[in-house]
Design a protein around this ligand. Structure first.
Ligand code: GLP
Length: 247
């Protein structure tokens, strides 16, 4: 696990977008695993800026998103499908046939999970997986208690996660479950790039990097992956022993 502490959240976003752009320049038909959440918004803004300057091209890329709330159709404003359209897919030229999202409102979630795993395999596996981290140490919607062997499935959301995401659904209740790639699915990506900014992520980041590896902090399983880069701002790195700015 390589840790880079950048000067501020904007520098983190620029660096993350730079990694994605490098992958797309080297491999125009790269398979990208994409994440949602507030942390990723400035990363997508940077990628859009790079695309407008002609420095990155998504037209041959395949994308597979990490997760989706159960029960939500793609046109629900709080869906991750809507997030991705607003953050990236409506802003850069992409091939709709190469965009993969889980159908939150699939009538048979188990079948949808199997379909999604098959789509990852058919794409040739994920080359670069973008990840955020939850305040409770989740990655995608793999909440504390999730085992390393898990694959794409319907999973319960922790009460804390429901609380954090409640404003997006107000006055409706937050979904209690989500479709999510599993830990084993994520660990099969050839490379992972986790981005975390802000002091509220500091305890989860410290547990991911320095705590015991196990289901109590699902992000800690990334330590078993051979190629993980973690991009942090100083606030998110605050609880790490011996963290020093690296640029
Ligand atoms: C959500 C997503 C995760 C994301 C996390 C952090 O729960 N399922 O993939 O990493 O939240 O989001 P934020 O960046 O908004 O803190």
């Amino acid at each position: 696990m390589r840790i880079e502490v950048l000067a501020d959240p904007a520098a983190v976003a620029r660096r993350a977008a730079g990694v994605v752009a490098d992958v797309l320049r080297a491999t125009p038909d790269a398979v990208l695993g994409l994440a949602t959440g507030g942390t990723m918004r400035p990363v997508y803004d940077e990628l859009v800026a790079l695309q407008r300057r002609g420095e990155v091209d998504f037209t041959r890329a395949t994308t597979l998103n990490l997760d989706e709330y159960a029960g939500l159709a793609a046109d629900h404003p709080a869906s991750f499908a809507a997030y991705m359209r607003a953050a990236l897919f409506s802003r850069v030229p992409v091939d709709p046939a190469r965009i993969h999202l889980m159908r939150g409102d699939a009538p048979d979630p188990q079948a949808e999970a199997r379909r999604y795993e098959a789509a990852i395999t058919a794409a040739g596996g994920i080359g670069l997986q973008l990840l955020g981290i939850g305040r409770n140490g989740h990655i995608a919607f793999n909440e504390p208690g999730t085992e390393a062997s898990t694959r794409t499935r319907l999973a319960p959301l922790a009460a804390a996660t429901q609380q954090v995401n409640a404003p997006a659904f107000h006055p409706q209740p937050v979904p209690e479950r989500a479709l999510t790639m599993g830990i084993a699915t994520i660990l099969e990506a050839r490379r992972c790039l986790l981005v975390a900014t802000g002091a509220d992520k500091a305890p989860a980041v410290a547990r991911m990097v320095q705590g015991p590896v196990g289901p109590d902090c699902p992000a800690s399983f990334l330590r078993g992956h051979p190629d993980v880069t973690v991009l942090l701002d100083p606030a998110a790195a605050r609880d790490l022993a011996a963290a020093a700015p690296s640029g």
